[in-house]
Design a protein around this ligand. Structure first.
Ligand SMILES: Nc1nc2c(c(=O)[nH]1)N=C([C@H](O)[C@H](O)COP(=O)(O)OP(=O)(O)OP(=O)(O)O)CN2
Ligand SMILES: [Zn+2]
Length: 143
């Protein structure tokens, strides 16, 4: 829901930005045990992305808000999620939609010199159901 209060995430970074947007998609859960969700149906997904970092780019941005929206909205709006390669082995459950959005956003952020991190993805699928995905260790790879 736009302009709602989201759960906060603890992280060690000095800057944090949040971007809200939504997209409308159809999906189905390809298991009969999913009940009515086994049938193709649609949702308006409300997304909140939380991005954090210590360094800004030359424009003073962690990352452009509009880039974040277009990455995900541009891919999934008015599409059937089950058609995408990323949902062939993983069903488009709210949990896996949230994790997939994290993967797409972080892969894009990794190309930036200022190295921001996606620390939380909030996905509301219905007025009464939502998921929060947070990468382990704030997405920092110590390997
Ligand atoms: N853990 C999950 N459970 C369910 C998922 C899911 O992705 N993860 N998905 C569904 C369905 O796809 C459905 O779209 C959402 O289900 P639900 O919240 O039950 O929808 P309602 O609008 O009918 O909820 P009410 O609160 O009863 O109105 C199901 N489960
Ligand atoms: Zn659904």
């Amino acid at each position: 829901m736009l302009q709602q209060i989201y759960p906060s995430v603890q992280h060690p970074y000095s800057f944090e930005l949040n971007k809200d947007f939504n997209f409308s998609s159809a999906h189905y859960i390809p298991f009969e045990e999913a009940g009515k969700c086994h049938n193709v149906h649609g949702h308006t997904y409300f997304i909140n992305l939380t991005i954090a970092g210590n360094e800004l780019d030359e424009m003073g941005f962690l990352v452009n808000f509009s880039e974040l929206k277009s990455l995900i909205h541009g891919r999934y709006d008015h599409r059937l999620l089950n058609d995408f390669q990323e949902f062939q082995d993983n069903s488009p459950s709210t949990e896996q939609v949230a994790q997939t959005i994290y993967n797409i956003v972080q892969e894009s952020l990794d190309k930036r010199l200022n190295k921001p991190k996606c620390v939380q993805v909030f996905v509301r699928e219905t007025p009464t159901s939502y998921v929060v995905y947070r990468p382990a260790n704030h997405g920092v790879d110590h390997a």
